[in-house]
Design a protein around this ligand. Sequence first.
Ligand SMILES: C[S@@+](CC[C@H](N)C(=O)[O-])C[C@H]1O[C@@H](n2cnc3c(N)ncnc32)[C@H](O)[C@@H]1O
Length: 277
Amino acid sequence: MDNVQLGQEEWREEQREILAFIQNELGWSYEGYSMASLERQIARVARDLCDGDSLALLRWLQFEPKKRSRLLRDALTVNVTDLFRDPEFYLDLKQQCFGYLSEFPRLKIWIAGCSTGEEAFSLAIMLHEAGLLKRAEILATDLDFACLRQARSGVLSGPFARQEAERYRKSGGQASLLEYFSLSYGLSKLRQELLDHIHFAQHGLRGSAPGEQFHMVLCRNVMIYFGPSLKAKVLQGFYKSLIPRGYLCLGNKESIEFPEGVELRQLSRHRIYQIQR
Ligand SMILES: C[S@@+](CC[C@H](N)C(=O)[O-])C[C@H]1O[C@@H](n2cnc3c(N)ncnc32)[C@H](O)[C@@H]1O
């Protein structure tokens, strides 16, 4: 074995140790995640915290193991999100799905992997403008407690700037985005009457689905970190959770193969699908 290969092998071994450490501490495993994606994330964290030295990262973990394992787990499951992320998605959602959704007196929507809540806030605003929010309950779930704490507060995790207003406009927004937020001490908080329609809860996608029937499920930019068998299991769970002709919305960058028995029709290039039963 030459030095380069040896280096690669050692690096892999250290990464496996890091993952096993987190697994032991938190009783939570990365089984089913894409190893390539996890390796990239560990390399990123090791670079940020310890000059790229993964052994040093392992030593860092051993000091306050539970707290730091939780921090590292959260860093590995990237939390990037935005208000009206991919605005054309919201535009398509409104044009393709809101008509059918308006036929129901009550609406249940599940956002899986909601991070700090901006996606749920955006959807609540869109539903409000379509006159559908009053009948809607949005269940927004994530694995990450810290994200959920932030999400429940209704306070935006990032700045409220021109880009947000621009994306809202491109999403088909009809008012001024500012109307939906109260601003105080530099923080922007979603208006309470909108926030009241969102229930944030902790849920890991490797477990079973929440056991309710939904009119629409959104899981955007989450499964990019999953390996094929976990993806297939999660997609089957979504499929079972949806009502006849319900909608499944996935992220643009997702590479997805639908497992057998999951029959969906693609409605938009922004990965909006409708159940074929
Ligand atoms: C990149 S964010 C996407 C947020 C939002 N859906 C969006 O598109 O803006 C991915 C989120 O998925 C969550 N996540 C990763 N693995 C998960 C799992 N197994 N179960 C539930 N959530 C998970 C992460 O904690 C993170 O908040």
